[in-house]
Design a protein around this ligand. Structure first.
Ligand code: IPM
Ligand code: MG
Length: 379
């Protein structure tokens, strides 16, 4: 027992020093990349696992069509990146193999298919590794239900909380296990700032700060405090405190849910509630997700790699809507606003208004490629 305790204390010291070093690094400010002044933008296309390569093949076709002029002029380069597969990652024992990471870092933005996260063991989720390696601190997830007046945007902290040390907990076998949750001052300040900046730029009157600060007093308590300190710099925007449990209930309460606008929340709560929100919009297959940092941005579907669909032979019936939405967000992010608006309008028409081709995830519905053809026929 004593050796376990000693080892755990030693590990805790290492983790604490590492996290302090990360905090200090965050404090030295970095200047966000300005895409409008760049001569060439490289977009990395990463396939992923399970249904990933299937939806990404259609996303690739879509990008080639929407960005045809920019690609022809050489202003945009689409770069396919292989090797981020579960087989390769398991074989190398690396969440993101080094050569793949180097290729990814040579791009400016990424469109990434879902990657399978191994259960148990110590191999970290590729998403978590990429978010950390590229310092993608803001996970931005919009959800809209126009008929109901729902227009939500979630600013989920994306690099710390329960995720940063999720593969490095301690265990006394047969007795107990402990994981760590980390909230840093600069890490919270920058996500809060991103949420309030969005609110200000888009005329939103309130931001909901969602935590469980009544229980997680240090981490969530400080998250709330820092969000309020940031809020004080935005007069005219109301900052409301909510607990995650009641907010989860509020999202299914039709009487009040359309009053919410912008949400800011720690990593794990953000993960969970954005799946709920996406389901309200029409399913996790429909919502896009942006992982934003100052130097890189990675866009992806909100859903996972759906290994069950592959096992059941239903991969071709996977819904590409979420990755298409992510592609639209990416195009907007690199400054091609008119093209993004056009794609958004077409996606809305195909998925919500006309609905001539409907993907259900089952063999009775349309295939991924049929839906992509439908979308592309309207562009
Ligand atoms: C998401 C996903 C990821 C997460 C998984 C795949 C690691 O659920 O992007 O929401 O938990 O963040
Ligand atoms: Mg999730």
């Amino acid at each position: 027992m004593d050796t376990y305790i000693e080892k755990a204390c030693e590990q805790f010291r290492t983790l604490l020093l590492e996290q302090l070093a990360r905090t200090e690094k965050m404090e030295t400010s970095s200047v966000p990349k300005d895409f409008t002044s760049m001569e060439k933008i490289t977009i990395g296309i990463v396939g992923g696992d399970g249904i990933g390569p299937i939806i990404m093949e259609q996303a690739d076709r879509l990008l080639n069509k929407v960005l045809a002029e920019e690609i022809a002029e050489g202003r945009i380069v689409l770069k396919k990146i292989d090797g981020l597969t579960i087989e390769n990652r398991m074989a190398l024992g690396k969440a993101v193999p080094e050569d793949v990471l180097a290729e990814i870092k040579s791009c400016d933005v990424l469109l990434k298919g879902p990657t399978t996260t191994p259960k148990g063991g110590t191999l970290e989720s590729a998403n978590v590794t990429l978010r950390r390696e590229l310092d993608l601190y803001a996970n931005v997830r919009p959800v809209q239900v126009p008929d109901e007046g729902i227009d939500w945007i979630f600013y989920r902290e994306n690099t710390e909380g329960e995720y940063v040390l999720g593969s490095r907990g301690v265990e006394v076998p047969g007795k107990l296990s402990m994981d760590f949750k980390v909230t840093t001052e600069p890490g919270t300040r920058r996500i809060a700032k991103a949420a309030f900046e969005y609110a200000k730029a888009n005329g939103k009157g309130c931001v909901a700060i969602v935590t469980k600060a009544n229980i997680m007093k240090k981490t969530d308590g400080n998250f709330t405090r820092i969000c309020h300190e940031v809020a004080a710099e935005y007069p005219g925007i109301k900052a409301d405190d909510w607990y995650i449990d009641i907010m989860t209930a509020n999202l299914v309460n039709k009487d009040i849910r359309n009053q919410f606008q912008v949400f800011v929340l720690p990593n794990l709560y953000g993960d969970i509630i954005t799946d709920e929100a996406a389901e309200i919009q029409g399913g996790v297959g429909t919502a896009g997700s942006a992982n934003m940092g100052d130097q890189y941005a990675m866009f992806e579907a909100i859903h996972g790699s759906a290994p069950r669909m592959i096992e059941e032979g239903l991969g071709d019936y996977a819904n590409p809507s979420s990755i298409f939405k992510a592609a639209e967000m990416m195009i907007r992010h690199i400054g091609l606003t008119a093209k993004a608006d056009r794609l958004a309008a077409v996606l809305e028409e195909c998925s919500e208004k006309e609905k001539k081709v409907v993907v259900t995830g089952f063999a009775s519905g349309a295939t991924c490629k049929e839906f992509a053809d439908y979308v592309m026929s309207k562009l």
